[in-house]
Design a protein around this ligand. Structure first.
Ligand SMILES: Cc1cc2nc3c(=O)[nH]c(=O)nc-3n(C[C@H](O)[C@H](O)[C@H](O)COP(=O)(O)OP(=O)(O)OC[C@H]3O[C@@H](n4cnc5c(N)ncnc54)[C@H](O)[C@@H]3O)c2cc1C
Length: 259
């Protein structure tokens, strides 16, 4: 983990609330694993005081983050221009565990809800590099909030979409789509599910996985302050006691969590 001042290579608005920022951070690009995150100081002044956590979205010599503007920190980030410099700490946390594979076994199902797509594109790329059969389900409230469909499709042909209002893909929550996909794609191989999104969605997917006896890893986007295990602000209740989302997570086995 390193604290570095890095150059903004690009910062593009990709829809009305989502942005993609590329950062010249070769050390993080070399060392980050899918599911790990960085802490970004959005401003050189003390406003906002705390760094903000963002998943490593993609790596390609540099890193990319994908973010939603929700408050002061992300609003400031959205105004950064190519050539600006920002302080970034990372890679942080424990990312997803990728399975060992033989002969196409097991299969992975990635489920992204809204901005929860951010850490999952890099994961999809790494899974398919390991020749693991990967299915991706993307859910959002409405068509123009669907994220990363093209990026996921570059990694795997099996990408399915749902929108709550039915404006694109299947109508309903992505958990409904998950049920549907499970009916049509029975597998003799073990299934591992990777999921990131709103808390209610994570719980719902975790419940389905428990019923089906699937392994399930969830990435929790808890509110966090320091990001390095000092402030204890991101405590998570687990069956083996209280853990910290920043240090022990943000990825946890769903079966370990007390929901
Ligand atoms: C490990 C981790 C990885 C993350 N990865 C990403 C990512 O890749 N892309 C992305 O857009 N966001 C991600 N987040 C959430 C992101 O950190 C927050 O949206 C950001 O800190 C908000 O900062 P702000 O100053 O703009 O908003 P604030 O002014 O701090 O808050 C504005 C609103 O957003 C809510 N909010 C703040 N933090 C969070 C949070 N962690 N989760 C949900 N709601 C929050 C607040 O309750 C408030 O309603 C991640 C969070 C964690 C813990």
């Amino acid at each position: 983990m390193k604290d570095t001042r890095v150059k903004v290579l690009s910062n593009k608005k990709i829809s009305h609330v989502y942005y993609k920022m590329a950062l010249d951070a070769p050390y993080i690009a070399r060392t980050a694993k899918p599911g790990q995150f960085v802490q970004i100081r959005c401003n050189d002044s003390f406003e906002p005081l705390l760094r903000r956590p963002f998943s490593v979205h993609r790596v390609n010599g540099n890193i990319e983050i994908l973010y939603e503007t929700v408050g002061s920190g992300t609003e400031i980030l959205s105004n950064k221009k190519e050539g600006d410099k920002i302080n970034i700490l990372g890679p942080l946390g424990n990312g997803f565990t990728l399975p060992r594979t033989t002969n196409g076994e097991p299969r992975a199902i990635i489920i992204a809800g809204g901005i929860g797509a951010a850490p999952l594109v890099y994961l999809a790329e790494e899974l398919t590099k390991k020749k693991i059969k990967t299915i991706v389900l993307i859910g959002a409230k409405t068509k123009n909030l669907i994220l990363c469909e093209k990026d996921f499709k570059k990694a795997t042909p099996e990408v399915y979409v749902s929108t709550d209002d039915g404006t694109y893909g299947s109508q309903g929550f992505v958990s409904k789509l998950f049920h549907k996909i499970l009916k049509t794609t029975e597998s003799k191989f073990e299934t591992i599910v990777y999921v990131c999104g709103p808390h209610g969605m994570l719980k719902c997917i975790a419940d389905i996985c428990q019923e089906r006896k699937f392994k399930c890893q969830v990435s929790l986007e808890e509110k966090m302050a320091c990001g390095i295990g000092v402030c204890l602000g991101c405590a998570v209740k687990t069956k083996s006691g209280t853990k910290l989302a920043c240090e022990d997570g943000p990825v946890f086995n769903a079966s370990e969590l007390i929901w």
